[in-house]
Design a protein around this ligand. Structure first.
Ligand code: NDP
Length: 343
């Protein structure tokens, strides 16, 4: 048998954590033959709830679950961590200014980055889910000077999956018959889910691939699709009466699984692309060092930005501006946390 891999989940007693842990323990994230050792980090007030979750994990008798440990100490939680899922964050409360929110999260993600720096395994991979996810990831990375910056990522896979699902429904095809969508920029209302290079397979497995914007029109993309995807979180809250949790957990699993095991090839034999917020190398005019969502593939355990997919203004008139706007927001957040001394 393979040695267990160490997975740390922060905010483990929260809603996303509850939906996430059982799927990790069942082997859905790292593979059906890879045992896992779980570390659950919580704030002291939520430790007892996290212990309850650990009891349920034991009760499920997962064959792959080697160990579960619950702690409020980042040094313990990140000891030997190989997969860090940073879910716990300070939510925005009524009347809270943006600076206060960034500062509160700096107080969480700075020390966690430092603990990852000091205690993680050589091959650590970090995904930040807690909002503002991109900038929280930047703060954590900046406190982990000995860890390569490309090991810190933020989740935009839920936005990506929502975009795939919306396009498939509109085109009347299965989600497996949609590909090439990119979510650009920040995991926020400014995000840009881009269909200009997307394709749709009409007619099922034997059908042909067609440009998405020939199957659905650009007016729908601009007026319905983009805002629907960007505001889907609020829509879920209004219908379900609570934040999305299982879908966020599912996307987190997708992100870490693809990073670790690779995105592979699609049904057409070509590399399967997805979206992830990773550190910019300056591609697509995104300032170097920002953690921004790009079109990516994962090979050999590493994300790589796919070149040549500039949003096509011939198909969506304000495509370039949409990319610029979301990247400008990331730049402003970086300036704000720099000004607060959080980097
Ligand atoms: P959730 O588990 O629902 O959400 C956790 C974080 O994920 C939030 O920041 C939330 O952002 C974010 N998120 C990202 N994408 C989504 C999405 N699509 N839908 C919903 N949320 C999304 O929050 P809970 O309040 O249930 O749980 C948080 C837990 O974290 C608590 O148990 C708390 O004690 C813990 N915590 C732990 C810390 C630690 O371990 N050191 C530090 C801080 C908190 P948004 O708020 O914008 O929805």
């Amino acid at each position: 048998a393979q040695p267990p891999r160490t997975v740390t989940v922060t905010g483990a007693a929260g809603n996303i954590g509850y939906a996430l842990l059982f799927r990790i323990a069942s082997g859905e994230m790292l593979g059906a033959d890879v045992p896992v050792r779980l570390r659950l980090l919580e704030v002291p007030a939520a430790l007892r709830a996290a212990e309850g979750t650990a009891m349920e994990l034991a009760d499920a008798a997962f064959p792959l679950l080697a160990d579960v440990q619950v702690t409020h100490d980042p040094a313990v939680a990140f000891d030997g961590v190989q997969h860090a899922l940073l879910v716990g964050a300070r939510p925005r409360s009524a009347g809270m200014e943006r600076g206060d929110l960034l500062e509160a999260n700096g107080g969480i993600f700075g020390p966690q980055g430092q603990a990852i720096n000091d205690h993680a395994a050589e091959d650590v991979r970090v995904v930040v889910v807690g909002n503002p996810a991109n900038t929280n990831a930047l703060i954590a990375a900046s406190h982990a000077r000995d860890v390569p910056a490309d090991r810190f990522t933020a989740l935009t896979r839920l936005d990506h999956n929502r975009a795939v699902s919306q396009l498939a429904a509109k085109a009347g095809v299965a989600v497996t018959d949609v590909d090439g969508i990119t979510v650009w920029g920040n995991h926020s209302a400014t995000q840009f889910p881009d269909l200009t290079h997307a394709r749709v397979r009409v007619g099922g497995a034997d059908g042909g691939w067609r440009p998405a914007l020939e199957v659905v029109d650009a007016g729908w993309a601009a007026e319905e699709f983009i805002p629907r995807v960007a505001e889907r979180g609020a829509e879920i809250i209004s219908v379900r009466g609570a934040s999305s949790a299982a879908s966020a957990a599912s996307a987190t699993i997708d992100h870490m699984r693809d990073w670790f095991l690779g995105t592979g090839v699609g049904t057409d034999g070509q590399a399967r692309r997805t979206s992830a917020a990773i550190v910019s190398d300056g591609s697509y005019g995104v300032p170097e060092g920002l953690i921004s969502s790009f079109p990516v593939v994962s090979e050999g355990g590493q994300w790589r930005i796919v070149p040549g997919l500039e949003p096509d203004a011939a198909l969506l008139p304000d495509a370039a501006e949409r990319l610029e706007r979301t990247v400008a927001e990331l730049d402003e957040e970086r300036e704000a946390v720099t000004g607060l001394g959080l980097l």
